[in-house]
Design a protein around this ligand. Structure first.
Ligand SMILES: Cc1cc2nc3c(=O)[nH]c(=O)nc-3n(C[C@H](O)[C@H](O)[C@H](O)COP(=O)(O)OP(=O)(O)OC[C@H]3O[C@@H](n4cnc5c(N)ncnc54)[C@H](O)[C@@H]3O)c2cc1C
Length: 407
């Protein structure tokens, strides 16, 4: 390739997926592209996962920065932070930002992430209703917490519980409202969810299960939340943590193939061979993504293809999750529902507050739910990912690697 005229790579989205892909690309070939990054947020890239510890007071915002301004300069990356891309002209191969700035590309990387799903109930637009996605959301929650009062968190999944824990730690009275009758129902089975609920209630959270929000009440700002059964909960702050929606409007308007998210193939290429996409804005073989582990894999594959080393294919893997609430040990990995013919191995020690359930399909572990004692989580996750035949130590499996490896 003629190194005097570099091809231009434009990245839309200065978040975890986009910048991880750029990092991987720089490792493969630092001088290959002229890189321009547009970010809707008026700041550098930070570790979004650590918004929860920032909210809870365990970290400061400047401790979660992943790439400093100097890093962009050192790597010759033109960063336009606080200037979202508003249009893509695929014929002319140009993106246009809100400021009017137009930048031409040879390759375009879409990494626009997701936005919180705002449950469409009356009052959802009132002042005091926030999502939990970026540092501005955390600032809004912290400002509310400084005024004191009560918060209602809509959604008892991972994000909702981390938001609720943070607000509780900041001194608010917090109610978590969850539609189904079991917390974190995507990662936990009802037994583990019951233990979790009891532990959170002991800390002072109020938890309403099977509760459906009907309206958010207030004259100019939030005052209360009303449920379908007619009951109400006071609220000075409402946090919407009831799922996310991939940010796909830009791609859709540019005529790319979009279903629930931007459809990509195994090389993270969209319908247009010049346009790649990674992260929560993509759909790969019907799946969308909400954790960073698969996104890191996507970044590696996408970077290899952007670097012209087209030998990698993205393959979906099992994922594992933890709840980032200090003092609560919970680990969930793989498929915890199981398929027809799956078997469960269960260990339950109520007094010690320990619960372990492994899901087996034939002689392989396919899922694990651990509560109270999670030390062996990564080992079970490894068995799941490798598809290890566990038949020779199945009877000791629940007691962890030391006993099994001895077998
Ligand atoms: C509070 C919280 C806790 C989490 N905890 C965990 C965890 O424990 N473990 C885990 O694996 N995952 C966790 N996640 C999920 C993880 O953070 C995401 O999966 C990851 O950030 C997705 O990366 P992304 O780049 O696709 O999206 P993002 O990181 O959201 O980045 C997308 C960026 O694109 C920008 N953008 C959007 N549209 C445009 C546009 N038109 N022009 C320019 N920029 C645009 C957005 O403003 C955003 O900055 C957590 C998420 C949150 C919010």
């Amino acid at each position: 390739m003629d190194r005097t005229v570099k091809p231009r790579l434009v990245v839309v989205g200065n978040g975890m997926a986009g910048m991880r892909t750029v990092e991987e690309l720089l490792k493969l070939d630092a001088g290959m592209y002229d890189i321009t990054v547009f970010g809707a947020e008026p700041r550098v890239n930070y570790n979004r996962i650590l918004l929860s510890p920032v909210l809870a007071g365990d970290k400061e915002a400047d401790e979660i920065v992943l790439h400093t301004r100097e890093w962009y300069v050192e790597n010759n990356i033109a960063l336009h932070a606080g200037d979202p891309v508003v249009a893509i002209d695929r014929q002319r191969r140009i993106v246009r930002a809100r400021s009017g700035l137009e930048v031409a590309y040879d390759r375009l990387l879409l990494a626009t992430g997701s936005s919180p799903f705002i449950v469409p109930v009356p009052g959802a637009q009132l002042d005091g209703v926030v999502g939990f996605r970026d540092l501005d959301d955390v600032d809004r929650m912290l400002a509310a917490a400084r005024r004191g009062g009560s918060a209602v968190v809509i959604g008892g999944g991972l994000l909702g519980l981390e938001a609720a824990n943070g607000l509780l730690r900041r001194g608010m009275a917090v109610t978590v409202v969850h539609l189904t009758d079991s917390l974190m129902n995507q990662q936990l089975d009802p037994q583990a969810a019951l233990l979790l609920k009891a532990a959170l209630e002991r800390r002072g959270l109020r938890i309403l299960l099977g509760a459906q929000t009907e309206a958010i009440l207030g004259a100019s700002r939030v005052e209360a939340v009303r449920f379908v059964d007619g009951t109400e909960a006071e609220a000075d702050l409402v946090v919407m943590a009831a799922g996310v929606r991939p940010n796909v409007a830009l791609a859709r308007e540019a005529g790319l193939h979009v279903e629930r998210a931007i459809v990509v193939d195994d090389t993270l290429q969209s319908y247009d061979p010049r346009v790649y996409a990674v992260g929560e804005c993509v759909q790969h073989r019907k799946a969308t993504f909400g954790l960073v582990a698969p996104i890191w894999d996507q970044a590696r594959v996408c970077a290899a293809h952007l670097a012209g080393l087209g030998h990698r294919r993205y393959v979906q893997q099992a994922t594992a999750t933890k709840l980032k609430v200090t003092g609560i040990d919970l680990y969930s990995a793989g498929d915890i529902v199981g398929v027809e013919g799956s078997e469960d191995l269960v260990l339950r020690d109520r007094r010690a507050g320990v619960y372990k359930r492994l899901v087996l399909a034939g002689s392989r572990v396919t899922g694990a739910v651990l509560y109270g004692d999670v030390a062996d989580g990564p080992w079970y996750f490894d068995l799941i990912q490798r598809g290890t035949d566990v038949s020779s130590f199945r009877d000791r499996l629940l007691f962890g690697p030391a006993l099994c490896e001895a077998a």
